[in-house]
Design a protein around this ligand. Structure first.
Ligand SMILES: [Zn+2]
Length: 302
């Protein structure tokens, strides 16, 4: 069971804690009760449970069990998993007790896992709204990457393309955002905003645009061939942009950024500017030029 599902359906016991908290607390309490005044001839404790983890309660139970185990080398703890709610009499009895507790006065604090579940549910619902807006045609940058990938939400690296590629790195997330919105330091950007620096790519392929870098420039590694252009509907930015994306998904773009760590970085712009200045001074073998070459696939250029 996950906490978010409980919130959506409003089935939290008292709205203050998750079922994990309650079940683990029951287990920890049981261990402590069993060990209180334990007769000396008892050498084995059997714990039967169907629950997942709750750290605080688990620590409490482990601490009590450690003392029990250290007291006598013959002491044993037996852990048994029991299927829940399958007409097992003690389990049904505990269920009844738990439901009855809901009628009592509830505390005004919430457990850590409950708070976490609430935050995650709130975050996901906000993220859902943002994801729906991603391809909103009312306002979108002309060159914003049109995401036809699965929506940009989810809390795990498996379910989210951005997390899968950028992980927990702020640097990689910022780089991906700059590249996908087409606001990153490159020749076309410098030309558009009158920023000093080169406009054309060093490879001789003309203006250094995102499309040039992604699909044409011989300097960078790519593992997927771009498809041929499709016809775009007139006056439709979205279909024009899709045509320009040449059959690549966001996943493909992020993989490209991963393979070419200098693309879309300010560091690359600095190296480029320095290398070009060195060449103009007649120093083509300067340190900046060595760095430039070190980051590109093509090793020879004039
Ligand atoms: Zn190029």
């Amino acid at each position: 069971m996950d906490g978010a599902t409980h919130i959506v359906h409003g089935k939290f016991g008292g709205g203050k804690a998750t079922s994990f908290d309650a079940e683990m607390m029951g287990l920890a309490r049981g261990v402590n009760e069993a060990l209180r005044n334990l007769p000396a001839h008892i050498t084995q404790l059997a714990l039967c449970s169907d629950v997942g983890p709750s750290q605080l309660a688990a620590i409490s139970a482990c601490s009590a069990l450690r003392t029990f185990l250290a007291g006598n080398p013959r002491h044993r703890v037996l852990l048994l998993w029991v299927p829940a709610h399958k007409n097992i009499e003690p389990s049904d009895f505990v269920d009844e007790l738990a439901k009855a507790a809901l009628d009592g006065v509830q505390p005004d604090f919430v457990s850590y896992s409950m708070a976490l579940a609430r935050v995650r549910a709130r975050m996901k619902s906000k993220w859902d709204r943002v994801a729906l807006d991603t391809n909103n045609t009312a306002y979108r940058g002309r060159h914003l990457w049109v995401a036809i990938d699965p929506p940009l939400h989810g809390a795990t690296a498996k379910s989210t393309w951005l997390l899968r590629h950028a992980g927990t790195s702020n640097h990689n997330t910022a780089r991906a955002a700059r590249f996908l919105t087409n606001h990153f330091p490159c020749g076309a950007y410098r030309a558009k905003f009158n920023i000093p620096g080169s406009h054309d790519c060093l490879c001789g392929g003309g203006l250094e645009t995102r499309d040039h870098i992604l699909f044409h420039c011989p300097y960078w590694i790519r593992t997927k061939a771009p498809t041929t252009s499709q016809r775009a509907a007139p006056h439709d930015h979205s279909s024009h942009q899709l045509r320009n994306q040449r059959g690549w998904f966001v996943d493909d773009v992020l993989e490209f950024l991963r393979l070419n760590p200098m693309v879309s970085t300010f560091g690359w712009s600095e190296i480029l500017a320095e290398a070009l200045a060195d060449r103009e001074r007649g120093q083509p073998h300067s340190r900046a030029n060595a760095r430039l070459l070190a980051h590109m696939v093509e090793r020879v250029f004039s």
